[in-house]
Ligand binder design. Sequence first.
Ligand code: PLP
Length: 355
Amino acid sequence: MVAPNKSKAAYRDSLGLYINAKTKWFESLEELERLPGFRNEGLKPVVDRFALRINSYYLDLIREAGDPLGRQVIPDRRELDDPVFDLDPLNEEGQSPVPSLVHRYPDRVLLLVSDSCAVHCRFCMRRRKVAAGQPDLEPAFAYIAERRKVREVILSGGDPLMLSDARLEIILSRLRQIKHVELIRIHSRVPSAWPSRITPELARMLASFHPLFLVAHFNHPREITSFSARACGLLADAGIPLGCQSVLLAGVNDDYQTQVDLLTSLLRIRVRPYYLHQLDPISGTAHFRVPLAQALDLMSRLRGNLTGLAIPQLMIDLPGGGGKVPLVPEYVVSRKPGLWKIRNFKGQVFDYPWV
Ligand SMILES: *Cc1c(COP(=O)(O)O)cnc(C)c1O
């Protein structure tokens, strides 16, 4: 995919990507051999299929190959023996009227502005797109300009913040020229996976396009470090409302205490949990799947025990492009005209007569 070290900078530059001389990129299995617990056995076919990328910041956070951070980015042989073979279960390609744009909901579109990420998550729901080439966005700008119902454009990818400030500024300016685009939202894993990319200059540039929201992607409390706290602080100080979407992952964050630590740590760095995603049925991710009943049980324990500000919505994305649906634990115990019985977070049942 990416050529050997020397030409990497030139390669990235030609794509309009951000360059930071201090960050090292690890894209071959041999480079991971210094990690405790890492065994380079049978992994070559895995990375031939789904490319490897970890950067020096994220690698330093990993204590052992099998820990909750390592599991997210280190290839696993089980990626090749998943019975599910769908690389686009949400039918994004079918809902893409022009290249790099997905239009599923009436008022908003997803604009895939970059094919590059700071790390390659082994559970990526868009792994078919990684390193697929930087898109030409002209048809997408024209599409949005012609549709007055599109009130919001969500920049995603890949990761929008892999682009250079200059490239991002061009994209944001083009969108701001379209009068009916009220909101711009950026979805990014950079605050957790490459926080040094968030500079005061970047925050200032983004702030010139308000209202601009940013939804970060943290999955584990150990991803919240002084570096990610500083990155989110810069963005929040620039007036950018910050949310977080996490993916519920077996062996990473599927237990109550890890979620409590993650959610409360996010609030401390001024990030408001937004969505907790049930993993999509993407090829090669079966070993990360958490049963829905367990996910609902987790949500049920969080609600009431934690401040409401910390509670994300549990979301499933319907296969075939049906869209996102929130799943809520059952609180209604029984319903009769004039009297519903409703349980609280402690399991006590109350009469609710005003219905
Ligand atoms: C998730 C998603 C969105 C954003 O949905 P919200 O519920 O507004 O966060 C928009 N378009 C597509 C295609 C999506 O998958």
